[in-house]
Every structure is written in structure tokens, then in C-alpha cells.
Design a protein around this ligand. Sequence first.
Ligand code: HEC
Ligand code: HEC
Length: 342
Amino acid sequence: MKGTQSNDQSMHSLMRVVITVVVIVLISIGGIACVLMLGPNKFLSLAKQDKRVVKDELWKAPDIRTIPNTEEGELIKYGKDLISFTSKYLGPKGIVMSLSNGMNCQNCHLDAGTKPFGNNYSAVASTYPLFRARSGTLETIEKRVNDCFERSLNGKALAHDSHEMKAMVAYIQWVGKDVPKGELPKGAGLVLLPFLNRPANPDNGKLVYDKTCTVCHGKNGEGMALTDSTGWLNPPLWGPNSYNSGAGLFRLSRFAGYVKANMPFGATYDAPQLTDEQAWDVAAYVNSLPRPSKDLTADWPDISKKPIDHPFGPYADEFSEQQHKFGPFKPIEEKKKLTSPK
Ligand code: HEC
Ligand code: HEC
């Protein structure tokens, strides 16, 4: 009896081992089959997506009515006002001081930096301080704001410890407060248009401009001033009162992306009014005309980091300034992929 019992016991534990092994093998086969069926990349990206569902939704700015009625809330509201009506406070006839060209931040950062693909501030709080190759330094939000003052508003920098700078930074941080650190939500910044297979064409662009843009921005890109001349009803696109040659919009990809999703005024990323070709060509036209220039000698200390469409040499490749300005950009991109270290 004793013998049979211990035989039974060892049979049992053997069975258990066999079943466990079979189960493990089946699970493994199932896992491998899944990976094979979906492809290893798909499998990885499915795993990633699970954790970042929110990121696939279009970003929405926090509700302005939720700004608290506290001292901090007042600072945020003042910051929003400065972004929307920059010229009133800081333009040529500014009531605080005069350091910018009469444009408003909002002219380019639409709806005070809250419009999806309208050059919004959704990803500023989540990604700054940020290393930027243009300066070769780690940039704070204050530094980035001053880049726009000195280039997009063709003006002077604002002191980092001024009440106005603190207010603008507080507002920008509030706009992006719900975006997790390090993340870029869908709808951040600008749309990136695919490159054309040809250079962007200023002559075609003039046709687009005369037909679609003059009604608001004027025949000579001069814009339309407010009657009290404190700013612009429709901002200028070139000439002495426009952004300078160091501004982001002076790069064709930025201008084309901005215009595609936002102009003529009222267009949105999901209801654009221009084709990609029209957007690239009108960018080429507007950025061929005279505007204030900026000394850019300190920019891009590492020239190999210059964006493909940065229109000023020297470059780390052999393509001309002409091609870096108007394209075709694909050959430059291909070359860059081949030569840049992984
Ligand atoms: C003439 C257009 C224009 C004006 C006016 C302008 N900006 Fe900008 N700004 C840009 C462009 C273009 C970019 C870069 C977008 C890109 O590269 O994706 C930018 C980028 C920024 C960024 C960084 C955004 C990011 O996600 O990294 C901040 C912050 C900013 N601007 C603040 C301001 C403030 C504050 C003002 C007003 C004082 C201002 N800008 C006025 C065009 C403008
Ligand atoms: C119905 C009037 C209207 C039309 C048409 C229009 N815009 Fe605008 N545009 C505006 C207004 C208004 C702003 C400023 C938005 C704000 O402050 O909220 C603006 C801003 C801009 C800006 C950024 C600010 C600047 O001055 O640099 C660019 C670039 C621009 N428009 C390009 C174009 C182009 C190119 C076209 C034609 C394809 C066009 N717009 C058609 C009204 C218009």
C-alpha cells in the first residue's frame, strides 16, 4: 500500500510538472504568434499607445474661466492680455514701455496660443528648459519669449525679472499645465507640410497672394492699422513693420505650415483653404520681399544642426543658400540622413 501511495504521489507531481511545462509552452507559442501576426513594431507601438491614450486626442487648452481669483490668477490674466494685446503695452506707443514693432504675440500664436496647430503654447511648459541648437544652449521660457521679441516682433528683449515677463511666463505655463512633462500633445505648434518635389515658386505665390491675402494684408503686405494706430487690425507680412530675417516665419516650412492651417483668417487644420503647393508658394513669395534684417552670426554655433530650410549659410553640406531657402528640400534631407551620425 505504502509503495503504491508514494508511486501515486510521484505520478501526481510528475503530471503537475508536465502540465505546467505544457501551459508555459502554449503561452509562449501564443505570444510569439501574436508578435508574428502583428509584427514586432506594431506590438511595441500597441504597448506604448496603451499608456498614452490621452496623447491621441486633440489638445484642448484649459478653460479660461478656471483661472483662480488669486494673486497668481491675476498674474496669469495679465500675461494673457500681454500676449493678446502686446502692442498696447509694449509696442511703439506702449503704455508700459516701448520695445516691440507693434505686432501682438497673438498675431502668430492664435487665440492667445490656444488654437490647435495655430502655433499654440501647449508644449512649452512640458518641454522647457529645452536645449536649442539655434543658440547652442539650454533655454528657459524667458529666453524663448525674448527670441520672439527680438525676431518676430523685431524689438528688444524684456528683463527676465520684469512684471511683464513674469506674467507672460505664468500664462504660458498655465496654458500647458495639463500636459505631462516631456510630452507633445496632438495639435502642438504648427503642422509640418510634406516637402514638394520642386522648389517653392514665388511667382506662383504672388498669384495666390493677390487673390487670397491682399484683401486683409494689403497689396504691399503693409497690413491695416487700427484707427488709433496702436496696432494692427490685420498685421503686416513684409516691409519695415514686419518680423525680421531671424524670425521663425522666415523659414519656409514654418510659414507654409502656419498659413496652411490658419490662413486666410478662419481656416483651421481640418478645414484648410490652401493646397500644400499654394502654402509653400505663398511662403516663397512673402519671404522674398524686403523686411528688417537681424545679425545672425551667433546663431547655430554647430552648423550641422541648422534646419534644412535655414536660408543663410555657411552649411555643413554643399547645397546653395538658394536651395536651402526654396528647396527642393528632399535631396538635402536625403544627404543629411546619409551623413549624420546615428
Ligand atoms: C511673426 C510671428 C510671431 C510672433 C509675433 C511671435 N511669435 Fe513666438 N513663435 C513664432 C514661431 C514661428 C515660433 C516657432 C514655431 C516652431 O518652430 O514650431 C515661435 C515660438 C515661440 C515659443 C516656443 C514654442 C514652443 O513650443 O517651443 C514661445 C514660447 C513663443 N514663441 C512666445 C512668443 C511670445 C511671448 C510672443 C510675443 C512677445 C511671440 N512669441 C510672438 C512666431 C511668432
Ligand atoms: C480675412 C482677413 C485675412 C486674410 C484673407 C488673410 N489673413 Fe493672414 N492674418 C489675418 C489676421 C487678422 C491675422 C492676425 C490674427 C490675430 O491676431 O488673431 C493674420 C496673421 C497672419 C500671419 C502671421 C502674422 C504676421 O503678420 O506675420 C501670416 C503669416 C499671415 N496672416 C499670412 C496670410 C496669408 C499668406 C494669407 C493668404 C493666403 C492670409 N494671411 C490671408 C487676416 C487675414
